[in-house]
Design a protein around this ligand. Structure first.
Ligand SMILES: Nc1ncnc2c1ncn2[C@@H]1O[C@H](COP(=O)(O)OP(=O)(O)O)[C@@H](O)[C@H]1O
Ligand SMILES: N[C@@H](CC(=O)OP(=O)(O)O)C(=O)O
Length: 457
């Protein structure tokens, strides 16, 4: 049995839905289909999820709900019209949105998640309606009915262990093709919660792991995962095979093609993942597996992500002060912040975190607390950093990879603010100014893939 997930770009229009239906019907093993909300049809388009966030904001601020609602409904309406579906499906979707809008006073975070999740929920209903119109024995699955239970973290939920058993019991032996909406589930108390953005990949992985699928196929709009972001490097090499660990590091560091939190469920149950193109399904795609031969190509990809900030702390004899690091991190924890890296010297240390978490108020409070409570000599915050990551299982065995990377970055005139080699030794991170990130990725890609004439990955 295969579980396949189709992303927003794969379901953005009637034409795309027709391609998806053909792909599903071409293989009887494709029994569970996880769908996203309609995504972008062209570069400047808006994803339905973003339209829904605007709709929720309009409702909460008593703004123009009518226009925001029309924008959402018309996306489904156009698809239904072009697929020659009865208008009843559009009425079902509109009624559903109106009923969700009616709950806006029951809690802001609950309301936003409820609105966001309607994108996937209604798209799954529409797609199963379409599959039925083609004569396929397709059924919409409500995640609540099959026990997809998640932690109560709005917009950031995590799967609870019992979900796997629930899903196995409910889905494993069901007849027909099951159309499962991605991106959301329910708490133990029955409240709807969503995963982080891009989270339909996570739903697909959980479902694939739960039913012990032979393969989790993740359909998107590129032929494969490339060794660098194709929006940064022209015609990057295709990766034929990489490991779960490599894919997780690369996704975390900016390869938006697959969500980093979607690797663990499949990995734990040993379900191989294949990333494929809805617009070119005969292309081989990229396999994510347990092990690969990394002797020929120790490095598999170069990724980068921006939006990082650094809290820099200096104190003479910091190295001798027992508990300094713990007390510093306690302050960060008190503010409810998560951090990504913490490189240290003898008398100084930096805490690197996602800048979006820092408001001016939080920043001022943290600086003040570190100065007073830790008696630091200098504390300041810098913004607009990018983390550039070189990833590959072979890095732990090969000498000279850091030297090669830093030499290349120096040649390109990229100033390095931080270097961090993860203890897993599957990745190396370079902190650079966000304005240098693309230049750094291009240089590293050249050094590791073009100059060395790396064979097919
Ligand atoms: N290294 C990479 N390899 C392939 N695609 C990448 C990479 N880095 C970024 N991307 C981008 O990821 C996009 C697919 O992800 P996304 O838009 O989330 O798809 P979907 O709508 O299928 O969920 C591609 O169109 C590509 O621009
Ligand atoms: N629609 C949600 C969830 C998702 O996974 O979407 P996509 O498959 O288009 O990345 C989002 O935009 O975040």
């Amino acid at each position: 049995m295969k579980v396949c997930k189709f992303g927003g770009t794969s379901l953005a229009s009637a034409e795309q839905m027709q391609k998806v239906a053909s792909i599903v019907m071409a293989d009887p093993e494709r029994k569970i289909v996880v769908v996203s909300a309609p995504g972008k049809r062209f570069k400047e388009d808006t994803k339905v999820t973003d339209l829904l966030i605007s709709l929720a904001d309009a409702a909460l601020s008593n703004g123009d709900v009518k226009e925001a609602l029309r924008l959402v409904v018309s996306r489904y309406e156009q698809i239904a019209l072009e697929l020659k579906l009865s208008s009843s499906i559009v009425s079902i979707i509109e009624d559903d949105l109106l009923s969700r809008l009616g709950t806006k006073d029951e809690g802001e975070r609950e309301f936003i998640d409820l609105m966001k999740a309607s994108g996937e929920d209604n798209n799954a209903k529409l797609f199963s309606f379409y599959m039925q119109s083609l004569g396929v024995n397709a059924h919409f699955v409500d995640p609540k009915d099959v026990g997809l239970v998640l932690s109560k973290e709005y917009g950031n939920a995590q799967v609870l262990p019992e979900a796997y058993e629930n899903l196995y019991k409910e889905l494993r032996n069901k007849d027909g093709v099951l159309i499962f909406p991605g991106f959301f589930g329910y708490t133990q108390e029955g409240t709807l919660v969503t995963f982080p953005r891009g989270g339909s990949d996570i739903t697909g992985s959980i479902v694939a792991a739960a039913v012990q699928a032979d393969l989790y196929e993740n359909f998107t709009d590129v032929d494969s995962v490339f060794a660098a972001n194709p929006n940064v490097v022209q015609n990057p090499m295709e990766i034929e095979e990489l490991t779960y660990r490599e894919m997780r590091e690369l996704s975390y560091a900016g390869f938006s093609v697959f969500h980093d939190e979607a690797l663990i469920p499949a990995f734990k149950k040993g379900v191989p993942v294949c990333i494929k193109n809805t617009n070119n399904p005969s292309a081989r795609g990229t396999m994510v597996v347990n092990e690969r031969n990394y002797l020929i190509n120790p490095v598999i990809g170069i990724a980068s992500d921006s939006g990082f900030s650094t809290i820099y702390v200096r104190k003479y004899l910091m190295n001798r002060e027992i508990g300094f690091g713990r007390r510093l991190l306690e302050i960060i924890e008190d503010e409810g912040l998560s951090y990504e890296h913490m490189p240290s010297g003898i008398d100084d240390t930096s805490v690197i975190l996602k800048g979006a978490q820092l408001t001016l108020e939080i920043e001022a409070r943290i600086v003040d607390r570190i100065e007073k409570e830790l008696d630091a000599d200098d504390v300041h915050v810098e913004h607009d950093f990018a983390m550039v990551m070189v990833v590959g299982e072979g890095m732990k065995k090969m000498v000279g990879i850091t030297a090669k990377a830093t030499t290349g970055l120096a040649r390109a005139g990229v100033n390095l603010h931080m270097i961090n080699q993860g203890s897993s030794e599957v990745s190396m991170v370079f902190g650079v100014k966000a304005t240098d990130a693309d230049k750094a990725v291009r240089e590293l890609y050249n050094d590791f893939f073009v100059a060395t004439k790396t064979p097919v990955l």
